[in-house]
Design a binder for this molecule. Structure first.
Ligand code: FES
Length: 224
């Protein structure tokens, strides 16, 4: 008997695979997914135009799946079955295709979510500068408010660590007083911690001109 023959058999699940597989087995009897019929799928005009504008940027329309899902999520508040069906209708894809994309990425919500999202970065640079305590404070400050707080891996703004993304607005460096201020700003509908927004930080170009990432004057120099 060879060494290979003496190895214990590889354990297998009932369906014959070595991996547990999907939580719900695929229904092989089910009719194949179809692209939604435009005549039966009303899509808000604004949503349609925004998705079509994204599709126009790519040679393969499927490349626009992620931006199109973001647009639908903003419109509906989450990637509801209705939202996904509407995107599928405009993009001429099956809802199953788009669901597979949406379920892969963390920032798409397949369940209803809070009105506001705060992602506190707890990755290495931020955690070395106190992100864990900041995260706890943020959770406490958001209690009872329509705000989801999540710890997140590096958000790519280590230079303003410890930082957070508040409804997509990057703010930092944060201190332990900032979570309460973030909640106040969000609840009041104000720009969040305006003086700590990444896009309001001054940057200098090769000619020494100073402006913000979005072309605005740096905070405190608006009148110059
Ligand atoms: S580690 Fe927090 S932004 Fe990179």
């Amino acid at each position: 008997m060879s060494a290979i023959d003496r190895r214990p058999p590889v354990p297998r699940y009932a369906h014959g695979s070595r991996v547990p597989g999907w939580d719900e087995a695929v229904d092989l009897e089910k009719a194949p997914a179809t692209v939604p019929d435009p005549a039966l799928t009303p899509v808000p005009q604004q949503l349609r135009e925004a998705i079509e504008a994204e599709m126009a940027k790519y040679p393969d329309r499927r490349s626009a799946s992620i931006p199109a899902l973001h647009i639908a999520q903003r419109h509906h508040g989450w990637c509801s079955p209705e939202a996904i069906t509407q995107v599928a209708c405009v993009m001429r894809l099956t809802p199953a295709y788009l669901t597979s994309v949406a379920s892969f990425y963390d920032m798409f919500y397949l369940q209803p979510k809070a009105a506001h999202e705060v992602y506190v970065c707890t990755n290495i640079t931020c955690s070395l500068l106190g992100a864990d305590e900041l995260y706890e404070r943020m959770c406490q400050a958001a209690e009872g408010h329509d705000i989801t707080v999540r710890g997140f891996e590096c958000l790519g703004a280590c230079d303003i660590a410890p930082m957070a993304s508040v409804d997509g607005e990057y703010v930092g460096p944060l201190n332990l007083d900032d979570p309460a201020l973030i909640v106040e700003d969000v609840e009041a509908g104000r720009p969040v911690l305006e003086h700590k927004q990444l896009r309001r930080r001054a940057v200098a170009d090769a000619k020494g001109r100073v402006e913000n990432f979005d072309g605005l004057a740096p905070v405190g120099q608006e009148g110059n």
